[in-house]
Design a protein around this ligand. Structure first.
Ligand SMILES: [Cu+2]
Length: 60
């Protein structure tokens, strides 16, 4: 799935979100800072959203 996370702005944001999702057991994580998107394997959008929002970011 692909989620829009507009408040990612730099490599630190990218690393934080990648690590949080990896720690939560997700694979194939791709963060695109230019497009402000997070792509990850899986179908439970609410669960992925919770992981990202726990780090202080906002998923649209
Ligand atoms: Cu940042």
């Amino acid at each position: 799935m692909e989620l829009k996370v507009r408040d990612m702005s730099c490599g630190h944001c990218k690393a934080t979100i990648e690590k949080a999702l990896a720690d939560a057991g997700y694979d194939d994580i791709h963060v695109d800072l230019a497009k402000k998107t997070v792509t990850v394997e899986g179908t439970d959008e609410e669960a992925v959203r919770a992981v990202i929002e726990a780090k202080g970011y906002h998923v649209e």
